[in-house]
Design a protein around this ligand. Structure first.
Ligand code: TRP
Length: 330
């Protein structure tokens, strides 16, 4: 079993990143050979200050390690430190079709009304993502629901490449969604919007950097409804805010939704919220402390990323070379 996944170094980490992606990655380390990277090339597709990007890469690496990604066991690196990602991406751009990219919903959302002014990189983003994956021939690609279309595109690219060049080199990937502690964490102010670092209201999210008392007050003020908690998960379907808080509790404690409801059915949010705040604080406090220690020693962090990149380069090189040969290069 080989796992590959990437995360954009966005800066300003929050509980959504942690529960939605990072803690799932941590669990996978026990079951598979894992490659995890900071998608700094993808981060260039929207405007970002160079100094900010550099800081974000370190910060995200520190957050991953603080959360339990072990750079001795998992191959952890910055995407840009492994040139084969970019090199394979160009080859795959000559395989992918404009019509396929035109269907990508993320490009439509991110470019919005200003499509003509969007970077070409934002448009071809999913092809670079396909290269990230196909380079390492993984068996599993853990991603959130919102990345499903990109994984399907990577499949289509792999299949067309194999057909066009009469090879079985590229392994069409399967998205690996859900499982384990994964939770789709929604805004604390609006149960229908994803928790996001770009939400103008800081009250909508729990940041990794929030002190304990701020966590408590954000949970206390989180939007809910007046009903007590039900005993049946199906009864949460029309209560997005309640469902979100219960889902967060389950992900944070490692319980099932049923397990959480078993403990709190019939009780109101006056009892549930303080318990939830305590559980979040218990999870985040040690991560925050390790994160601060790691950030204080950037040389060690950089060294770990360099070592990871070296391993990744060796793992990816044969695929790139075979792809070049298949296409008539070299
Ligand atoms: N696009 C992914 C996201 O925003 C990040 C990513 C880049 C990725 N390359 C990848 C995820 C390869 C999985 C595999 O979440």
């Amino acid at each position: 079993m080989r796992v590959v996944s990437g995360i954009q170094p966005t800066g300003n980490l929050h509980l959504g990143n942690l529960l939605g992606a990072i803690l799932r990655w941590v669990e996978m380390q026990d079951r598979a050979e894992c490659l995890f990277f900071l998608a700094d090339l993808h981060a260039l597709t929207v405007d970002v200050e160079p100094a900010q990007l550099r800081a974000n890469v370190r910060e995200m690496a520190a957050a991953l390690i603080a959360s339990g990604i072990d750079p001795a066991r998992s191959t952890l690196f910055a995407q840009s430190a492994v040139p084969a990602h970019s090199e394979l991406a160009w080859l795959l751009q000559c395989v992918a079709r404009v019509g396929w990219l035109n269907r990508m919903t993320q490009f439509k959302e991110k470019s919005g009304k200003n499509r003509e002014g969007a970077s070409v990189g934002l448009y071809s983003y999913p092809v670079l993502q396909a290269a990230d994956i196909l380079l390492y021939r993984p068996t599993h690609v853990p991603v959130g629901e919102d990345q499903k279309q990109h994984i399907e595109l990577a499949r289509d690219i792999a299949i067309k490449f194999n057909t066009d060049y009469d090879t079985e080199l590229l392994v069409p990937p399967e998205p690996y969604i859900g499982g384990g502690t994964s939770a789709r964490v929604m805004s604390l102010r609006d149960g229908s919007a994803k928790m996001s670092k770009s939400d103008p209201s800081d009250m909508s999210r729990i940041n990794l950097s929030d002190p304990d008392d701020l966590i408590s007050s954000k949970i206390r003020k989180a939007r809910t409804d007046p009903e007590p908690l039900p005993d049946d998960p199906a009864l949460l379907d029309r209560r997005p805010e309640a469902r979100n808080l219960v889902g967060i509790m389950a992900a944070v404690t490692g319980e099932s939704i049923e397990g959480v409801l078993g403990r709190f059915a019939g009780q109101g949010f006056g009892t549930f919220k303080p318990a939830l705040a305590d559980a979040i604080i218990a999870l985040l406090t040690p991560i925050r402390r390790r994160f601060a220690e790691l950030c204080a020693d950037p040389a060690t962090l950089d060294g770990q990323l360099v070592a990871g990149a070296e391993r990744a380069r060796a793992l990816g090189a044969p695929t790139l070379r075979a792809a070049q040969e298949a296409m008539g290069l070299l």
